[in-house]
Design a protein around this ligand. Structure first.
Ligand code: FES
Length: 251
């Protein structure tokens, strides 16, 4: 059975993108181990509201590891300790009585702070809008088996498609590079026959948009791979580089 823990919680407070931020410290008492990290923050906010103080602002939506909204940097790691899980899938049993838990926003030029630990991740939407799709011609729906796809390609494309666009790769990278995100999104389409007609255009457009939006270069530190909650592989980055070079050579 999970035991209750008491700990010191330090959360980043910042009024806007240009405001100077600071940590607020709270003593959290008797939090059950089966409380999720976000539920623990809900408890904090209930206390703050009861005390007439401003609640701590953080992002969340699905709370089941799907949407990628719960972008918190916890004790020096995007999504906190452990691998293969998002902040909303993190439980307080991962921490010990007496711990100091520090919560910060994603820190990247590409993700300006909106308030406290909520950041603006619309840059990722802009990168997807630049080319992360296949154009669909209207007309009769094709027979499901008209284009055969090998199991290996389908599995690999599906692995790439599990990227939820949370931005942990950017937060983990000392260069603020978005290459793991972009390469996963390029790969999921490049691996399938339906994605090939626009592959060259897509690789160039998405890389250009990523650079325009202020994300840094990849220097192969692999921090992104180590911290990705969906275990995306940097093999995707190698594939993106190949797609990009091929596209440039055919210009
Ligand atoms: S809130 Fe959706 S992934 Fe965490």
């Amino acid at each position: 059975m999970d035991t209750n823990i008491s700990f010191t919680l330090k959360v980043w407070r910042q009024n806007g993108p240009k405001a100077k931020g600071h940590f607020d410290t709270f003593e959290m008492k008797d939090i059950p181990g089966d409380t999720s990290f976000l539920e623990m923050l809900d408890i904090l906010n209930e206390q703050l509201i009861e005390d007439g103080q401003e609640p701590f602002v953080f992002d969340h939506d699905c709370r089941e590891g799907i949407c990628g909204m719960c972008s918190l940097y916890i004790n020096g790691h995007p999504h906190g300790p452990g691998q293969g899980a998002t902040t909303c899938q993190l439980y307080m049993r991962r921490f010990s009585d007496g711990d100091v838990i520090t919560v910060e926003p994603w820190r990247s030029a590409g993700f300006p702070v909106i308030k406290d630990c909520m950041v603006d991740r619309s840059a990722f939407d802009k990168i997807i809008a630049a080319g992360g799709y296949t154009s669909v011609r209207t007309g009769q729906a094709q027979d499901a088996n008209a284009i055969l796809i090998s199991k290996e390609a389908a599995d690999e494309a599906m692995d790439c498609a599990t990227c939820i666009g949370c931005g942990a790769c950017v937060a983990a990278c000392k260069n603020g590079s978005a290459m793991l995100f972009v390469s996963s999104k390029v790969s999921q389409l490049a691996l399938l026959p339906q994605g090939r007609p626009e592959a060259a255009k897509r690789a160039k457009a998405m890389v250009a948009k990523m650079e325009e939006l202020g994300f840094g270069n990849c220097t192969n530190t692999r921090a992104c791979e180590a911290e990705c909650p969906k275990n995306e592989s940097i093999a995707n980055i190698a594939r993106l580089n190949r797609e990009f070079i091929k596209a440039k050579l055919n210009d």
